[in-house]
Design a protein around this ligand. Structure first.
Ligand code: XMP
Length: 323
């Protein structure tokens, strides 16, 4: 019968057998799938696995630390963190168009990851022959079936990188659905914040700033996003909503008043949605008092933001992300 214990035991044995005394690498994104896949493989082969985390500087508040500290503490995994913030910001300079941003982030990501990979391969030690990927059962079905919807936005996904055929793939989650992956992750002792994490796009906050991406704008959005997440969690709403993108309209300004002065600041958009699979979605009817608290806190605590607006569009016609 299906138990998380059985799944783990089976996979650990299979991975040990497959890898032998060689080595594997795994890209971590901060998301559930890559984290659970890496934890499983680490359980099987210990420090024959090296994980690579590319910090593109587009993560939300606390997420990189979660991977660097909590994930490593929970798994004992060998982790290489590449600080590539400067590189990504430089590449994104002057770029506002969403698809162009996505392409740049995806391209830089592959380059940085491949460089880190090459360094690991070049060090002394057994051959690095395996690449771990957090492919789930629905991904397997989807890539076989072809839903025809994948091309609306060019997706960036650590699970799909790199397309290097020299590696043999280890895909320990291939038979599992998302909820099962979360259960396995929990059983492996991963932090709750990682196991229960809602979807977050690979290009990160880079596609949640309408306009050019700059360090200053990212910091501002990180603060606003942290407040929204904190209040949604405090209100016990995390399980009710699929995700809640928080978007900075950096190219828009509106007039406001604060204290005894006129302000001319940016709006923050809240985009809470409910969904089954992200293919379609409805806007979440969040309690007014929660919305009020988020709005008050963001406008009080985040510099240069003087307005908070709620996105009440379903998908279709609106996508979940703004870019
Ligand atoms: P849209 O905006 O297309 O988003 O309605 C659907 C779901 O996909 C997430 N998303 C991404 N996930 N890489 C990802 O791994 C990406 O490039 C990407 N873009 C959007 C989005 O957050 C939502 O859950």
């Amino acid at each position: 019968s299906w138990t998380t214990g059985n799944v783990i035991e089976e996979q650990v044995a299979a991975i040990r057998e497959q890898v032998g005394d060689r080595r594997a690498i795994c890209g971590l994104s901060g998301g559930v799938d890559s984290a659970v896949a890496a934890a499983l493989v680490a359980r099987a082969i210990g420090d024959q696995l090296t994980c690579v985390y590319v910090d593109h500087g587009l993560m939300r508040k606390g997420e990189t630390e979660q991977v660097e500290k909590d994930f490593v503490a929970a798994t004992g995994v060998k982790l290489v963190v590449v600080d590539a913030e400067e590189r990504f910001l430089t590449a994104l300079k002057g770029v506002s168009e969403p698809e162009e941003k996505r392409k740049i982030i995806g391209r830089e990501f592959i380059r940085v990851f491949e460089q880190a990979q090459a360094e690991i391969i070049a060090d002394e030690g057994p051959a690095v022959e395996f690449l771990v990927q957090g492919t789930l059962y629905p991904d397997v079905v989807e890539s076989g079936g072809g839903t025809g919807t994948a091309n609306i936005k060019s997706h960036h996904n650590v699970g799909g990188l790199p397309e290097d055929l020299e590696f043999k793939l280890i895909e320990p989650l291939r038979k599992l659905f998302k909820d099962e992956v979360r259960m396995v992750g929990q059983e492996l002792g991963l932090p709750e914040e990682i196991v229960q994490r809602q979807p977050f796009p690979g290009p990160g906050l880079g596609i949640r700033i309408v306009g050019e991406v700059t360090k200053e704008r990212l910091d501002l959005l990180r603060d606003a996003d942290a407040i929204a997440r904190e209040e949604l969690t405090a209100a016990g709403l995390d399980r009710d909503i699929w995700q809640c993108p928080v978007v900075l309209l950096a190219d828009v300004r509106s007039v406001g008043v604060q204290g005894d002065g006129r302000t001319y600041g940016h709006p923050i958009v809240l985009r809470p949605v409910s969904s089954e699979d992200a293919m379609t979605a409805d806007w979440s009817r969040l309690p007014y008092d929660v919305l009020a608290r988020i709005s008050t806190r963001i406008t009080n605590e985040v510099r240069d933001v003087n307005r908070v607006v709620l996105d009440v569009t379903s998908k279709p016609p609106g996508t979940i992300e703004w870019e």
